[in-house]
Design a protein around this ligand. Sequence first.
Ligand code: GAP
Length: 440
Amino acid sequence: MANLEQIVSLCKRRGFIYPGSEIYGGLSGIYDYGPLGVELRHNIKQYFWNKFIVEREDIYGMSASILMPERVWEASGHTELFTDPLIECDLCHERMRADQAETITEHEAIHSKKKEKVSWSEPKVFNLLVETKLGASESTATKVYLRGEITQGVHVNFKNVIDSMHPKLPFGIGQIGKAFRNEITPRDFLFRLREFEQMELQYYIKPEEGEGKKQFEFWKDFSLKWYYGLGFKKENLRLRQHGSDERAHYAKDAWDIEYNTAFSGWKEAWGIHHRGDWDLKRHSQYSGVDLSYFDEETKTRFVPWDIECSGGIDRAVLFVLLENFDEDEVGGERRTVLRLPAHLAPVKVAVFPLLKNKPELVKKAREVYEEIKRAIPNTEFDDNGNIGKRYRRQDEIGTPFCVTVDFETLENDTVTLRERDSAKQERVSTKVLAKFITTK
Ligand code: GAP
């Protein structure tokens, strides 16, 4: 497990993640994904999409827009209740969250080094929604919000999905997309951002206590198992129930999957929320459109309850990097290795010619590369530097397998296959190579 500085440095150096708009001085709480980061993020999203949507008969996918009218957020309760308590330092006027003791202590320590004593203002209510305007003139422009959670895009389409797909309860709608929050103190790299991505499931069920408990337990367990699939050790994840003072305004019950970070202990990775009928009822009321469900079997009409699974993708990227980062020794040399599960690795296989200046080796290596790439698209050709350097680079970015084409390859069509975690090498025939790697 790594500390935050090691991950930030690896991400910049190896093309995973860069500070947003860096050449203009950056923007707090905003990061850009580089060539390898975007692959890792894509693989996490794909894993979510497969397990929560594609493989389930009872769940549909959708993709709603980021911009939504003010009325949506009034209905959902966010304009009134999606707030954090804000306090201001009387010395430098920096603003903090009143409920984040750690940040406050750090800030006070900076001043106390200069022999200054901070006095904080009274807490003010600060809304996290990010607003903008749409429309060509000042007089006609309307206020809209960048969604603060992706959830509302699903709820406002509940009737559309019912009318077009005719699902039977229980059924779910899953979504992946960007959310925006004007966080008072964005911090800890990808942990608390102002622009981030969420993966969510809204699972609609009959409004009965027994059904609610059963489904809530099912999705808690399903979520935790899914999260383990990102390569976490058992002891580094836990489920924790929110106290009544912690729960969001929409939640009847809420649990978090937490990850034991090296930089700050247990931190929220994913939430499972019992949202009851809060959202559908409020949207019915505010839009004037009936969002109830007619049950053909019992001939009754009711507003379903919603069990929600909601995870941050950037947090998953951060936690996966922290968990799988390792340093060890191979052949008497220190190396950094990302022990990513193969399905998450940005590059699955790297193919090298032993020597860059031997055309016959380069030609053969390119042939082997083309062949593997047909079966495993995320295969990379690399002839930079010497073999040792190439192995070190591939270990550092988490590539599970390296294939080296050498002089023996020209004689008997076998290559050296090196496995990342053990650094063990074996000779494999090029004829079975792709199959051999995919079944490992
Ligand atoms: N729809 C429910 C919802 O949005 P949440 O607990 O506010 O619930 C869900 O957010 C997940 O989104 C969190 O568990 C976290 O992984 C991620 N998340 C929330 N705020 C974030 C932020 N400022 N930066 C990065 N990820 C964030």
